[in-house]
Design a protein around this ligand. Structure first.
Ligand SMILES: [Zn+2]
Length: 130
């Protein structure tokens, strides 16, 4: 009789173990669906404008050949066209390069030099759209 009880307990443990695993997998799947982004880590973000002080030139052309657009363009050392989600900022696309912008740095394009200065330097979490 004891053996049967042990067997039942074992079966129960195995079953509940599997059930827990199934729930966990489903949670992971739900999480992935909510967030189809790859977390890249914390980045230091600055802002720049198309003025001579920020760029050494004053046209709107980025290193990728596209016109810089506020609310779209960021510069960093990732591949052009990479779509990023930046904490507290929103979605941006990598379209530019900067001499001092490498590693965990992002430079965000803004139309106004004043606004760019006001933005300052921030530490933000960054995700890449996959
Ligand atoms: Zn500027």
């Amino acid at each position: 009789m004891k053996k049967i009880i042990v067997l039942i307990v074992l079966m129960f443990l195995c079953f509940s173990g599997n059930a827990a695993e199934t729930v966990l997998t489903e949670q992971n799947r739900a999480k992935r669906a909510e967030q189809p982004y790859k977390y890249l880590g914390e980045y230091t973000i600055f802002a720049y404008c198309p003025c001579v002080a920020c760029c050494g030139k004053s046209d709107h052309f980025t290193a990728s050949g596209k016109m810089a657009v506020e609310g779209v363009t960021v510069a960093c050392d990732m591949e052009f066209g990479t779509e990023l989600t930046i904490e507290g900022v929103g979605e941006r696309i990598v379209q530019d390069r900067g001499g001092a912008i490498y590693g965990k740095c992002i430079d965000m394009f803004m139309e106004s030099h004043k606004e760019a200065l006001k933005f300052g330097v921030r530490k933000v979490k960054v995700w890449e759209k996959e």
